[in-house]
Design a protein around this ligand. Sequence first.
Ligand code: SF4
Ligand code: SF4
Length: 136
Amino acid sequence: MNKRYIFTFPPDIVNRPIVSEIAKHYDVMVNILNADVTSGREGKLVVELEGERENVSRSLEYAQECGVICIPILRQLKFEEDSCVACGVCTAVCFSGALSMDEDNWELKFDPEKCVVCGRCVKACPLGLFSIEMET
Ligand code: SF4
Ligand code: SF4
C-alpha cells in the first residue's frame, strides 16, 4: 500500500528520529513530501508511507505511541490547468509550496506531491479552477 499522512510532532519529541525508526524497524519506505520542523516548536511532516499494509499499520501505531499525531490524507486536489491565466493569486495562499510560478515562463507550476489538500487555493482562485475530491 501507498498512503499519504500528515504527522504532527509536539515540541517535546520534535527532535526524535521517529521517521527513521519507522523505516528501519517496520520495513516501510518513508517519503517526506513536505516538512515544517523547528527545534522547540510543534513540527509537521507530510509523508508518504509505502509497504505491506500490516507494516504500515504497525509503524503508524508506533509513531502514535511516541506521541505523533498521524492523520491520513484522504482527499486530492483537482486542477483545470488548461484554463489557468497564471495570475499567481493561488501561490500566495499555498504554504506547502505545491503551487509556484515558473521563473522561466511565468506559468503556474503545480506539484501534487507537496499538496496537503488544505483547500486554500480552492477559495483563492478567481476562476474556480481547483476542486477537492475524495481518493478512491
Ligand atoms: S490545497 Fe491548494 S493551497 Fe493547499 S497545499 Fe494543495 S495546492 Fe497548496
Ligand atoms: S489563481 Fe487560478 S488562474 Fe490564477 S494562477 Fe492560480 S490557478 Fe491560475
